[in-house]
Ligand binder design. Sequence first.
Ligand SMILES: Cc1cc2nc3c(=O)[nH]c(=O)nc-3n(C[C@H](O)[C@H](O)[C@H](O)COP(=O)(O)O)c2cc1C
Length: 124
Amino acid sequence: MYKALSIKQDDIELRLSQIRENFKFFGAPVGMIVTIDKSFAENGWGHVGMFIQNICLSAVERGMGTCLQESWSIYPETVKDILNIPDNEVVWCGIALGYPNKEHPINNYRTSRESIEKFVTFIE
Ligand SMILES: Cc1cc2nc3c(=O)[nH]c(=O)nc-3n(C[C@H](O)[C@H](O)[C@H](O)COP(=O)(O)O)c2cc1C
């Protein structure tokens, strides 16, 4: 990603400034914070994950894009304070939502995908 942005590995200032973009939702017009009740067990977290995935897919269907951001969970107390989130909630992640700027290099960077054989065991 830093390569796509022409940010060199040893350029700490630029790397930090890219990290700080997280806390502006990368300029997206909509920012969401996902919280989960502390009492939820692993299956509950799984359900919320599926809910988040549906938001991402619905966005794409409408020509929009999202960026999931676990970085918001680094500062849970600040996020809770500002948004009046009760203490029984865990701040899990943020979701930036908007129309992608197709000219921006970060939106032309693609991560590779594992082949299906690497994560599925077929039993015949
Ligand atoms: C659960 C989750 C949390 C993420 N948190 C961040 C984050 O805090 N900041 C960030 O820049 N990218 C984060 N990413 C990566 C981007 O959301 C996105 O996945 C990445 O740019 C690669 O795109 P891809 O999901 O199509 O491979 C996160 C991804 C996931 C799945």
